[in-house]
Design a protein around this ligand. Structure first.
Ligand code: ADP
Length: 268
């Protein structure tokens, strides 16, 4: 016997009052076919205070939500607390009070053995690149996967994808001392992206680069953000921040003093 026509999408709703989601037989369709859950916020700090053991209060009552897919600049003078926020997000440090949630994980309740799992969902990029000097570009990126036990057959395609993303396929066999500053930072971004993270944290990524190369790195981070990865970038680069008109979170003395779309400095 010939199979019947495949069920047409929307068919179960026919013959019932517009707007009704009750399926024949009284079953609630909205419940029968659950909508996919939205991704968790990338960052959620609630009333976070951090006091270092020497008594220094580095963060005071910080509330900050960064939804999945957002692009945020974190600005503020030296000593304002930017690095402390980053250390809390990667669980290098723990909050003294308040709640720190990153891509759906409550870090206050996370066990130490689960921290590597968290770190795989976050990519970190530093001002000083932090590449392994004796390894090639390819090996630096591959190493990030190898240390987490990724099966060999998955390493090569993932590294090639990451290098293509940052435009370094041709330089794969070069060592860091054979690269320009911009290429070193692009290698670091490939390493950060190779796990396909939900969140990229860039800590002064253009701090060691001249203005033209800085723009290339920013364009790359914007492209990564457009592809769906949340980006949080700590920076002193007023020109870049002011030109891009993105969300700016400004810290001063451990408090969030501004959180709005705009320039590096307050404009009113
Ligand atoms: P930023 O990154 O904005 O320059 P930090 O988060 O590094 O600021 O520092 C915030 C404050 O906390 C500063 O006063 C700094 O001296 C202090 N601080 C940072 N790390 C430590 C630490 N490990 N022990 C004590 N104080 C610290």
């Amino acid at each position: 016997m010939a199979p019947g026509p495949p069920p047409r999408p929307g068919l179960p709703l026919e013959g019932r009052p517009a707007g009704s989601l009750a399926a024949p037989g009284g079953q609630d369709l909205a419940r029968a076919v659950p909508a996919p859950l939205p991704p968790p916020d990338s960052v959620r700090l609630t009333d976070v205070t951090k006091t270092y053991p020497n008594g220094k209060a580095a963060l005071l009552d910080v509330d900050l939500v960064i939804p999945s897919g957002d692009f945020v600049f974190l600005v503020g003078p030296s000593g304002a607390g930017k690095s402390t926020i980053i250390k809390l997000l990667v669980r290098d440090e723990r909050a003294s009070s308040g709640r720190v949630e990153v891509v759906g994980h409550d870090l206050g309740r996370m066990r130490r053995k689960d921290v590597p799992l968290l770190r795989r969902k976050i990519g970190i990029v530093f001002q000083d690149f932090r590449l392994l000097p004796r390894k090639t570009v390819y090996e630096n990126v591959a190493f990030a996967l190898e240390v987490t036990g990724t099966p060999r057959r998955l390493v090569e395609p993932a590294v090639e994808r990451a290098l293509a993303l940052v435009g370094l396929t041709e330089q794969a066999r070069q060592r860091p001392d054979q690269l320009s500053g911009g290429e070193m930072q692009r290698t670091a971004i490939a390493r950060a992206m190779v796990h396909d993270p939900r969140l990229i944290i860039a800590d002064e990524p253009t701090g060691n680069l001249d203005p033209l190369i800085s723009w290339e790195i920013i364009q790359l981070l914007l492209r990564i953000n457009e592809m769906g990865t949340t980006v949080m970038m700590a920076t002193h680069d007023a020109e870049v921040v002011t030109a891009l008109r993105r969300r700016v979170v400004a810290l001063e003395d451990g408090r969030v003093v501004r959180d709005e779309v705009g320039g590096y400095h307050r404009e009113y």
